[in-house]
Write a protein that binds this ligand. Sequence first.
Ligand code: NAD
Length: 434
Amino acid sequence: MSASSSTAQSIIRPDKDIVLDEHNPFESMMSRFDYAAELLSLDPGLYRVLRHPDKQIIVSVPVLRDNGEVEVFTGYRVLYNSSRGPAKGGIRFDLAVTLDEVKALAAWMTWKCALVNIPFGGAKGGVVCDPSTLSNGELERLTRRYTAQIIETLGPDSDVPAPDVNTNERVMAWIMDTYSMHKRHTVTAVVTGKPIEMGGSRGRRQATGRGCMIVARESLKKVGIPVQGARVAIQGFGNVGSVAAELLHELGCRVIAVSDKTGALYRPEGLEIPDVLNWIQNHRFLSGYPKAEAVTNEELLTLDTDVLLPAALENVITSRNAADIRARIIVEGANGPTTANADKILDEKGVFVVPDILANAGGVTVSYFEWVQDRGGYFWDLPTVNSRLEKIMVDSFREVVTMAERHKVNLRIAAYMLSIERVAVVHRLRGLYA
Ligand code: NAD
């Protein structure tokens, strides 16, 4: 180890002795950050700055229920770093939302935007709720009140939300409207992932899944597995998973398994994805689909497959099941599906893991395109959006692979090194405002 890295190591991670919780998403992210920072010999002051979120907001969100009662929900918005531009990051509505999770996701967004080299910092938000128990009216009131509670941070130049788990175009339209009512004029660029009719970008809804398809295709080529007929198993059949399934199927891959929270479907010869999508349209969930074997989500993860694409929630590949993973390639559609302890096991097994900050960056990339189009007031056609996305994803994939080979590290650490260095450069150039 060089002198500079041992100096960095002695300063980095003052709390290293604390027993880390493998499932704590912030710790999980930070353990990778620490390692990459050490390899970069990041100066200790900058290390300390980048280890802390810029701003953490906790709000109470009172909502009038349809039965006349008032319920109070808790909402968060974390701006992790905005040195490279406005903070960018989705909003999720979920019972599992915690401040630690939102912090981790906000940090991830910082590294992700830097990795694909778009001029954004990182943010994330969430409201602790179960949207499936809320009526449309209740969901609208919740969204508008949450928006009003965090309105000081929002803005096209400061903080730009997007959809995430359990939020969609409809929710983004309410946020945009609430913000615009406060500003007394229409501000389309305050959120991305909006309906196309009100300033959304063509291709945004499919962008994350499309990005996953692109990196899965590039990974297969890199590893030397023919794309045609390659077996793919996908966990999660929402925005990311279902689009990735559709595009990989169109590409000629064999999507052998898909799942949602009701369970998984398995068909070794390959599922007829258009038929599964049709089923979902009519039945909402995968369970009950007749032309495949029903397996559990746990079983899906350990299937014999070429590509495993977790696209549901975090912490699904852990030290408990990593040794049983049989996939040659993992493409992380979800944020944080693999814990740091699992990484070590997968490394030993030689699994080619495309990390979340690269694999699911297609969404934020087209969000960036949407923000650019809104600000310019000039909208692009779908082939333009898709070809620009293709270029950014392929270039970023190659940069990460090159970095990994140069430093003899896995793709995750290489991705962190690239992005941390990009954020660090801007911090050094800007200096510290006293
Ligand atoms: P979504 O709500 O549209 O879909 C989530 C899917 O996961 C659903 O099919 C749901 O049934 C399934 N699911 C939920 N709990 C599950 C469980 N315990 N086991 C198996 N499946 C389960 O969400 P999404 O937008 O597709 O996001 C999925 C992941 O991708 C999240 O980690 C999110 O942060 C990440 N992501 C999303 C985007 C985006 O543009 N939507 C961008 C980047 C990253």
